[in-house]
Design a protein around this ligand. Structure first.
Ligand code: HGY
Ligand code: MN
Ligand code: MN
Length: 403
């Protein structure tokens, strides 16, 4: 098979006709079908499949469970996401194994293909949920209580999927079994397109955090309520969103986004009683993100007070700046003919694991540079080049010890 054929095999799973693109969220039907695809693909390649206590998928090549070279990514998406963000890394990992097996190569130490659960955090609001549970950065009780947009808790979803609630949490044994992790991912930007190159490695990931802002006002009738004296949380939220943009624009390389808003009760002829808005801030250091947040919230509090409303703020996640392991990144880059190392503003499971073991990333050119939208793209020939590159990296790393 080829990468394109493997992607085509899952192309119909989780299509979102309303938004365009894909909506594949943890343990929902599309995710369950993708988990089945992972299992059958692994078995076709002679790999043995495990689902760990945190919902992450593992397909092992080799009997050993120490010193493993891990490669993979995630299968879930944002709402209306593209076809490549996540799946390209998992598909390419399988294709790299297929290439190596076809040439009769076998690893001197285990190779494991992995797919981490809920990397996007789109259902339960915690990005990199599976990898952060595994390393102990998320408290299982905190995760289990989180609810999705329909009010279903992670605990309910876990039980409905037949997974053991008691199994969530740090998995030191599994983490210790991994020696290095290399994640291939579609580039989420146009750097490679502008350079005219198909592949790169990654140098770093911006620090980033997510906060839920709840603005409480006074619900009332849109027609019988005079304009004076209204306490309209939609007006306050609109001013808050403009403040987010203003503060981000004042800071080089900073990002400030509100992409999700929920209005209660959301009636056409109703002054809302509450607005929830989710804030995503990213920057070149943890301190810069925290400073930007403080300044942003100060402005938001003033705007909310002007409208006579009340503000609640809850931090949903925070991920520190990541600098990928230099020796490993250099080794991957030189194995592939001296690829450039480019930074990214997008978070990844490799970013989480990089605090615990050497990690590197390989980016595949995205001609549109767009991600988290249906317009995300990758050329077939670049996808095949990515899988061949990953095969070369596995041959290099799984042939000899890294540390
Ligand atoms: O939000 C991110 O940066 C990643 O796509 N989860
Ligand atoms: Mn993503
Ligand atoms: Mn991703």
């Amino acid at each position: 098979m080829s990468v394109s054929e493997r992607l085509a095999a899952i192309a119909a799973i989780g299509r979102d006709d309303a938004r365009g693109g894909y909506s594949r969220h943890l343990l929902e039907p599309a995710d369950l079908r993708l988990r089945e695809w992972f299992r059958s693909t692994a078995q076709d390649l002679g790999l043995s499949v495990e689902v760990d206590g945190n919902g992450n998928l593992w397909a092992w090549w080799g009997e050993d469970r120490t010193g493993a070279v891990a490669t993979g990514s995630h299968l879930d998406s944002v709402p209306g996401g593209g076809a490549y963000d996540g799946p390209l890394g998992v598909v390419s990992a399988f294709e790299a194994v297929a290439i190596l097996r076809a040439e009769g190569w076998s690893p001197a130490r285990p190779v494991v293909v992995c797919a981490f659960a809920e990397e996007e955090g789109s259902r339960f609001g915690m990005p990199c949920l599976g990898s952060r549970l595994m390393v102990g950065e998320i408290e299982p009780a905190e995760a289990l209580r989180r609810a999705d947009r329909d009010g279903t808790t992670l605990e309910q979803a876990w039980r409905e999927a037949g997974l053991a609630v008691s199994s969530l949490g740090p998995d030191a044994g599994r983490l210790a079994a991994l020696d290095v992790f290399v994640e291939l991912h579609v580039e989420q930007g146009r750097d490679l397109e502008d350079r005219g190159l198909p592949l790169a490695v990654s140098s770093s990931i911006l620090a980033h955090g997510r906060w839920r802002l709840s603005v409480h006002g006074e619900g009332n009738h849109a027609g019988s309520t005079p304009m004076a004296g209204r306490r309209d949380p939609v007006v306050a939220a609109a001013a808050a969103i403009l403040a987010v943009r203003q503060v981000a624009l004042e800071r080089p390389a900073a990002r400030g986004t509100v992409g999700r808003v929920s209005v209660t009760p959301n009636g056409t002829n109703v002054i809302a009683s509450r607005v929830d808005a989710w804030l995503d801030i990213r920057g070149g250091s943890d301190a810069q993100v925290r400073e930007q947040l403080d300044v942003t919230l100060e402005l938001i509090r003033a705007r909310v007070a002007d409208e006579g409303c009340r503000l609640e703020v809850e931090e949903e996640s925070f991920s520190s700046l990541v600098a990928f392991d230099e020796p490993l990144t250099r080794r991957v880059a030189s194995t592939l003919g001296d690829l450039p190392a480019i930074p990214t503003g997008a978070g990844h499971d490799a970013g989480v694991l990089s605090a615990y073991l050497p990690c590197a990333m390989i980016f595949v050119r995205n001609p549109t540079g767009v991600s988290h939208a249906p317009e995300e793209a990758a050329r077939d020939e670049d996808c095949e080049a990515g899988a061949r590159a990953l095969a070369a990296v596995l041959r290099e790393l799984a042939g000899t010890p890294v540390r």
